[in-house]
Design a protein around this ligand. Sequence first.
Ligand SMILES: Cc1cc2nc3c(=O)[nH]c(=O)nc-3n(C[C@H](O)[C@H](O)[C@H](O)COP(=O)(O)OP(=O)(O)OC[C@H]3O[C@@H](n4cnc5c(N)ncnc54)[C@H](O)[C@@H]3O)c2cc1C
Length: 361
Amino acid sequence: MTDRVDSSADSPTRLGIVGAGAAGAGAAYALRDADVDVTIVEKSGGVCGRAATRRKNGCRYDHGANYVTEADERTAALLPELGTEGLVEIDEPVWTFDAAGEITAGDRESTKWTWTEGITQLAKRLLAATDATVHRRTRTAEVAREEGKRVDDDAASWTLTDTDGDRYGPFDALLLTPPAPQTADLLRATDWDDDRLDSLVDAVSAVPYRTVRTLVFHYPFRDSYPWYGLVNPDKEHAIGWLSREECKEGHVPDGESLLIVQMGPEWSTTHYDDPLSDVEPGVADRVATLLDDDRYADPDWVDDQGWRYALPDASLDADAVRLTEDAGLYVAGDWVAGEGRVPRALWNGYDVGERIGSDTP
Ligand SMILES: Cc1cc2nc3c(=O)[nH]c(=O)nc-3n(C[C@H](O)[C@H](O)[C@H](O)COP(=O)(O)OP(=O)(O)OC[C@H]3O[C@@H](n4cnc5c(N)ncnc54)[C@H](O)[C@@H]3O)c2cc1C
């Protein structure tokens, strides 16, 4: 067990963040010029959370969030601010399909962005603009509030303990950004005898999440379609979303195609733990039927990813959002913003970061 607790530190303000997704990276970015020492603890080997990118067989694909929209002015200003090199706009539109698989033209999104290196560039670029220390492959298991750990005053502080027993902190402020069910688990594993903690646990536990299982199908040929993605808005089809990763520059070699197939919540929940080899033929058949082309029933390689907590179906009760902020305990993420969108998570984290910068001494 390593003790990373530095009890001699007194200044600047120390912030601990659990999670290097859009919300955690957004909070760190908001504090990039502030006198705040930011430490991020992230359980994965990479950053950007559910906005994830994988490389395989010469392809690169975003198998969680597909793209970032710039529907709001802040996002429109931020994307070029992070650097235009490698920034990719997806030109083709998103069409819809219904329960019977009938496809209808019409774009669902105004602008859609990713990067040649993948959507994880968002958090990578945000964090590159900061001095934050990021501990990867570090899963927070416990949180504790400790009284009078700062040498310069009696303020309480927060510490984190990971699954190896290593401790991080003390922090003057702590920001939790995992999806609500995982944040609720962390709050239940928090050593702090205060009624506000119980109220926060109740409110966070009440935020429901949808499950999505992503299947990835690769083909040694490429067709031309007028759309990038197809979405099933009525949620009556087993497939919820299907998109062509080759529409993103730098993701799929010429002459090949790679489909991202996100299954609907009901199918995903029922088949979440089924082996890929069991579910792949049936899903590939559905794709072939939807595209009305038998060749799509036979991908030459496949991949998959389950997202147990994919998208929030509600937001955190407004009364709970700032319940523990006076004590230096903050929460952020798409579930606090109330919508499973990368920019919503990012700006929710950013706004909390700004509050932390102005709240702490
Ligand atoms: C299949 C799918 C498709 C989507 N499509 C889109 C889309 O096209 N466009 C769009 O805008 N949004 C989309 N979304 C939603 C978008 O991905 C999320 O809303 C956004 O990424 C949430 O960011 P976040 O920072 O709130 O949470 P996360 O990205 O979940 O970040 C939380 C981080 O906390 C880490 N963590 C969790 N527990 C611990 C722990 N105990 N210790 C340390 N670290 C921990 C996680 O590893 C993760 O990195 C999609 C999501 C999914 C799953």
